[in-house]
Design a binder for this molecule. Structure first.
Ligand SMILES: O=C(O)CCC(=O)C(=O)O
Ligand SMILES: [Fe+2]
Length: 389
């Protein structure tokens, strides 16, 4: 495990009068997180089903940490790609060029590709953005004076910008988990990077994902799907996502009330998702979660990708958060599923000895994909059709 003790101290120091409260919150949260017993390798039984203990721990807590899913070579590949991509970011929110004067990676994108924040800010908290789901604004510590005026927090549509992320998206064991949770006809959701650079990385205030099904007659714990969160550099109490175990089952939560009951934004009962590099978290989108600004020394980049049950998206009008709201019919779902088709082929080309995942809907529709330059073109702006619910 990453030793976050130096970062915990440094982070707490940003919190002024609340420094001691923050320090104990981070330390106690870390301790509780490690006691939950919801971590270990991905395991399947003799029939190829996800081990029932894992399914149960995921259902009880709303998240599970699959350890060491990404092997060291693949992890290196991801990190190299992320670092290369970072050098091709626009120099600021209003710019189309990178630090070397070249067109930024997203210069031609029609879809939203980057969300920016002031350093250590909480750009979504307390706003109407994303359907107003970030009900409160977290404390925004003062960043060091030499910080850039704006920092990237979320990169959207990541599969079109990183081949390494595209290949990881088709990790056969992760896709088998997606099948176990959402059925063999599972559908895509969206893909993103959450970027939390040390000393500047912004907060993502407490929230539950999901827009469309809170009042559904068929509401259940899995109806808004889940995200995989692959950790490129690991995650700690300081830079990681915090979650409130079990809250994915209770419906929409009044976060202001919880803050009042806890006496601060340090919600009682929450724990950080603590990971080593190469771990992959499965996190229920209904779980109450959020992350504090990264006032520590370790960087976090989460390679995020989610999946839904087909019944959660088919014939449903989108929530309008990740894409324009429209009714998702068979055709749109099939078109959006090209991400899975291309990813499986891209992965096959690199990992020739691995047994690729077989996505059942392609077998039924006899749809085949090839990963080549035309495919790369076809992925441009694919996230305009994210299955946002
Ligand atoms: O990574 C983070 O800080 C926030 C992640 C999140 O909100 C999500 O994956 O839905
Ligand atoms: Fe979220």
């Amino acid at each position: 495990m990453i030793d976050a003790s130096r970062s915990i101290k440094a982070c707490a120091a940003y919190y002024g009068d609340n420094a001691d409260a923050m320090e104990s919150y981070l330390k106690e949260g870390e301790k509780k997180a490690l006691e939950l017993g919801n971590r270990g390798p991905i395991k399947f039984d003799e029939n190829g089903n996800l081990c029932p203990e894992i399914r149960k721990a995921y259902s009880d807590n709303g998240f599970y940490i699959f350890e060491n899913v990404i092997n060291p070579d693949e992890l290196e590949d991801i990190k190299e790609d992320l670092e290369k991509l970072r050098t091709n970011f626009p120099i600021g929110p209003e710019s189309n060029i990178d630090v070397n004067g070249n067109p930024a990676f997203n210069a031609e994108s029609k879809s939203l590709t980057l969300v920016w924040s002031k350093p250590l800010g909480d750009p979504l908290g307390g706003t109407e953005l994303a359907n107003g789901r970030h009900q409160i604004k977290l404390f925004e510590p003062e960043a060091k004076s030499d910080s850039p005026p704006a920092v990237p927090v979320i990169l959207l549509g990541s599969l079109q910008f990183s081949d390494a992320c595209l290949r990881t998206y088709a990790h056969p064991e992760l896709l088998k988990v997606a099948e176990a949770i959402n059925g063999e006809d599972f559908a895509p959701f969206n893909e993103a990077l959450f970027i939390k650079e040390p000393g500047v990385g912004a907060a993502v205030s407490w929230h539950q994902d999901g827009v469309t099904h809170w009042d559904s007659e068929d509401f259940d714990e899995d109806i808004h799907g889940f995200n995989f969160m692959v950790q490129a550099y690991g995650s700690t109490a300081v830079n990681g996502v915090w979650v409130m175990p079990g809250t994915h089952k209770v419906g929409k939560i009044d976060i202001k009330k919880l803050v009042a009951e806890s006496g601060s934004e340090r919600l009682e009962g929450a724990v950080p998702i603590v990971c080593n590099p190469g771990d992959a978290v499965i996190c229920n989108r209904q779980l109450l979660h959020g992350s504090f600004p990264n006032c520590g020394f370790e960087k976090r980049v989460t390679v995020n990708f989610g999946f839904h049950k087909r019944s959660s998206v088919l014939g449903v009008k989108g929530g309008g958060v990740h894409s324009e709201a429209q009714v998702f019919d068979e055709e749109i779902i099939e078109r959006r599923s090209k991400s899975i088709g291309y990813a499986i082929e891209a992965r096959k080309a690199k990992y020739k000895d691995e047994k690729p995942y077989q996505y059942k809907p392609f077998i039924h529709s006899q749809k085949t994909y090839v990963w080549d330059n035309q495919a790369r073109q076809d992925l441009k702006d694919y996230n305009l059709e994210d299955l946002s619910i």
